[in-house]
Design a protein around this ligand. Structure first.
Ligand code: PHE
Ligand code: ZN
Length: 879
């Protein structure tokens, strides 16, 4: 493939025009084979409006066998074709088009379109994979009703699935066919088929209106015993969406298929979700508690898309966050309802702060509704997904949950069967709630993380507390106007007791108030305040912003010990910890623990929490990448050392308490999966990890014992990870033991690769280089590449950025080897160099060279070029 000039073209939102033609109906007939698949397509096409423009269909990597218009075969003068289109210059206002295309699943390494995963054939069409199956108007605002015939060899492909309802089947000799019809018009990105030797588990769900839905999870036979949790999660998700949004499922079948080779987590194809096995399979022995939660989350996510994405779909790809941000928000609500809501919120907010803020601070920064892109595949980003979800969460906060749900229902009902925009969504909420959301809409148009500062003043005489909030980056220009956002706030006295106050002249006394910040600078007044308060601001991380407060250490200690908002309680501890680490970073000589921090830490460690998952989170120090955001010029090694020294000082001082927990938290009997047991495991493993830092022989023995004795993957993996981080013979013993036990389980081997990829040991780079040759590693499988190279590049700052440049070199090599096969996968590695300008000169120069080397590479994909071009052009940090 060559870089033709039009490949580098940029697509702009402002250029959107409705399609020139519509395709209300399509029939597809597949003759399936892994080397060659023949696709016969019949399209019912109508002209959209009054014009004489040509019909330009999208198509890539297709062999075209024939074209017929209204049944008459066209000769080649009547159409034109290039690498990416098929053009018919003159067509009637209404006609049928018959096409025959030939494709080759087995050579499809991009995993987009129809491809082979082991001996299963499956499809991935979002965002632009359908054009690799047949010529079509491959854009989300062209909605069609599908009828699909699948033909194949019966013994090789006994299971034949497509979207919708199965209407008939037949067999003949060794061959068979199945016909599927999907009554709901859909864009082609939601088309799917699967063919293979799959088994299934089955269940049934009766919807609130009495429709019986047959539920199936398909997997390879050996994986079938691991599918029950996914099925349970599906049933929970269906019930939850009925209860919470009054949305029910609309087909007779809901099929989920798990495949090993998949670029993303999963895909919401109508009635036929295709999943990465990673988000389906789970048994205690093979999946961690975190994996269990991720499986339910992703199962829920794809199910919720049936309304937020499928029934109401996107006008164009600039609207991606309309379905993704909204669906992630729904997924988060679902998840919070089935576990510890506080812990869930901390995890989600932490991800925004540590990962999305980084994206927004670098060259790939974009609004949740971007204005332009080169390669849409590069925009499946944290910004679109999780900042998008935060924006929906703020809407919910500002108008209140009841009005929000009314607005969502209005949106679903008014736009059912349509392809719409983020503006339509916000309008529906505005209309149902009576709120004017014009200012709020700027969140969709503006990139970057807003910065706020707060300043409080107590007036004892008037029993009043004045809180001034300032949007720091805001100016009077169009580029940074003030945003509207909810700042959820409560006051405490200095003993940590919640205060009841009235806010802004209102007569309703309460503890917590939602401040509606709209101005660049705004003052809020709290009445009935009898004592100098400690404010708890931005509770629940009520807006995705950076907030600088005037809290001192003592204030933070009060909040860390007493705040009744889990996020802020956790965050107070994180801020103390961060200050401690940054202080040691500045001063390597005078390294004494700050006593307020140490006291607060020991309270968290020794306190009696009923939520141990919370306690475990509260004991973790902020991660190294996040700490880097508070430093002008990043030196990853110095950050690592400072953080590790703080951890070491803490575990030296409180070793007894860590040990006592470790022993007390061991639960007798076989592993239980309830939230409380998972919380105990999390806390116990946090203790194990801290204790390892002391590098005592007894710690290695303890971890080895845990590794070999555990009956669940959470404990096994925690022990393995702790040992893999130590240059000690126990490391190799542990890795060999684990390999021997789990080598037949690809998902478990991903964990084995990952712990080695993020090991802080000095030989990590060499070891990874060896592992790329290991039988368990395949450089064309996305899970493997993420586990080894992705985890290293994004999750091991110490070794990726080691000063000799060996880490950069390794990632560059792997990226360039991956790019010709799977550009999307390569592009996700390329983003590891995004923040190159933030680093100290030595590393900055090496990262710059790596980027230049990638950019100069011949035949670089559009995906990788867009990332590296933006990184190299980034001016943000130039002095
Ligand atoms: N739409 C999928 C989701 O649920 C993600 C995805 C995007 C999968 C592109 C494959 C390709 O988030
Ligand atoms: Zn999604």
């Amino acid at each position: 493939m060559t870089n033709t000039p039009d490949k580098a073209q940029r697509t702009y939102l402002k250029d959107y025009t409705p399609p020139d033609y519509l395709i209300p109906k399509i029939e597809l007939d597949f003759d399936l084979g892994e080397k060659e698949t023949r696709v016969r397509t019949q399209l019912w096409i109508t002209r959209n409006g009054n014009h004489s423009r040509p019909l330009i269909l999208n198509g890539e990597k297709l062999e075209l066998a024939s074209v017929a218009l209204d049944g008459k075969v066209l000769d080649p003068q009547q159409w034109q074709r290039d690498d990416v289109t098929l053009t018919l210059l003159a067509v009637p206002a209404r006609f049928t088009l018959d096409l025959e295309t030939v494709i080759s699943p087995i050579t499809n390494t991009e995993l987009s379109g129809l491809y082979a995963s082991a001996d299963t054939l499956c499809t991935q069409c979002e965002p632009e994979g359908f054009r690799r199956i047949t010529y079509f108007l491959d854009r989300p605002d062209v909605l069609s009703v599908y009828r699909v015939t699948l033909r194949a060899d019966q013994s090789r492909y006994p299971v034949l699935l497509a979207n919708g309802n199965r209407v008939s089947s037949d067999k003949n000799g060794g061959r068979h066919h199945v016909i599927w019809e999907d009554p709901y018009p859909k864009p082609c990105y939601l088309f799917a088929l699967v063919a293979g030797q799959l088994q299934f588990i089955e269940d049934e769900f009766t919807t609130q209106s009495g429709r019986k839905v047959q539920l199936r999870v398909y997997a390879r036979e050996r994986d079938l015993p691991q599918c029950d949790h996914a099925m349970t999660a599906l049933r929970e998700a269906m019930a939850w969406d009925e209860k919470t949004y009054n949305r029910e499922y609309d087909l007779d079948h809901y099929n989920i298929v798990a495949v090993d080779d998949f670029n993303m987590g999963a895909m919401e194809n109508k009635g036929l979700n295709v999943f990465n096995t990673r988000y389906v399979l789970a048994l205690p022995a093979t999946a961690t508690d975190q994996d269990y939660r991720s499986v339910s989350d992703v199962i829920g996510h794809e199910y919720f898309h049936n309304w937020s994405g499928n029934r109401v779909t996107l006008r164009d790809w600039f609207q991606l966050s309309l379905k993704e941000g909204f669906t992630v928000f729904r997924e988060q609500q679902f998840s919070a309802a089935h576990g510890s809501a506080g812990v869930k919120r901390i995890e989600d907010a932490n991800l925004v702060r540590t990962q999305q803020f980084r994206e927004d601070a670098g060259p790939m920064a974009h609004p949740i509704r971007p204005d332009s892109f080169v390669e849409i595949n590069n925009f499946y980003t944290l910004t679109i997904y999780i900042k998008g979800a935060e924006v929906v969460r703020m809407l919910n906060r500002l108008v209140g949950n009841r009005a929000f749900v009314r607005g969502c229902n209005r949106y679903f009902e008014h736009h059912d069967g349509q392809a719409v925009t983020t503006d339509d969504f916000v309008q529906a909420i505005a209309q149902a709630s009576g709120h004017d959301l014009t200012q709020f809409y700027r969140w969709y148009e503006q990139s970057g993380t807003p910065r706020l500062s707060s300043h409080g003043q107590f007036d004892a005489k008037l029993r009043r507390y004045h809180l001034r909030l300032k949007q720091v980056d805001c100016d009077l220009t169009q580029a940074h106007p003030a945003l509207q956002m909810p700042i959820v706030t409560a006051l405490f006295d200095r003993q940590g007791n919640p205060l009841t106050t009235r806010c802004d002249g209102g007569d309703e006394a309460g503890h917590q108030h939602t401040l509606n910040l709209t101005g660049a600078e705004q003052e809020f007044v709290f009445d009935d305040v009898d004592t100098p308060p400690v404010p708890s601001l931005l509770r629940g991380f009520s807006a995705p912003v950076i907030l600088d407060t005037d809290h001192d250490d003592a204030d933070l200690a009060v909040l860390m010990g007493h705040d009744n908002d889990p996020f802020n309680r956790w965050d107070a501890g994180q801020r103390l910890a961060r200050q401690q680490i940054l202080a040691w970073l500045d001063d390597a000589e005078d390294r004494a623990l700050n006593e307020s921090f140490a006291a607060a830490f020991s309270q968290t460690l020794e306190g009696d929490f009923n939520d141990r998952a919370f306690q475990a989170l509260a004991l973790k120090l902020p991660d190294e990448n996040y700490l880097g955001e508070f430093i002008e010029v990043i030196d990853p090694e110095a950050i690592h050392q400072a953080r590790r020294s703080v951890a070491k000082a803490l575990v030296s001082r409180y070793q007894k308490a860590f040990l006592a927990h470790y022993h007390a938290l061991k639960t007798p009997g076989p592993c239980r999966l309830d939230a409380a047991s998972a919380g105990s495991r999390a806390l116990r493993n946090t203790c194990l990890t801290y204790l390892m830092i002391l590098e005592e022989e007894s710690s290695f023995e303890r971890a080895l014992m845990q590794l070999k004795g555990a009956d669940n993957m959470t404990d096994t993996l925690a022990a393995l990870a702790a040992l893999a981080d130590q240059a000690h013979p126990a490391r190799d013993e542990a890795l060999a033991y684990f390999l021997e036990r789990w080598r037949e389980y690809p998902l478990v081997m991903d964990k084995w690769l990952r712990v080695q990829a993020i090991s802080r040991c000095e030989d990590t780079v060499q070891r990874i280089a060896h592992l790329t040759e290991h039988e368990c590693y395949q450089n064309d499988n996305p899970n493997k590449v993420h586990a080894l190279i992705g985890a290293f590049a994004h999750g091991n700052p110490l070794r990726f950025h080691q000063p000799d440049g060996a880490g950069y070199h390794l990632v560059t090599e792997q990226l360039l080897a991956t790019d010709p096969k799977n550009p999307q996968l390569a592009a996700r590695l390329a983003s590891a160099f995004n923040l190159w300008r933030r680093f100290e000169p030595g590393r900055r120069e090496l990262m710059h060279q790596a980027l230049e080397r990638i950019r100069r590479h011949k035949h670089l994909s559009r995906d990788v070029s867009e990332i590296t071009d933006r990184a190299l052009a980034d001016q943000k940090y130039q002095g």
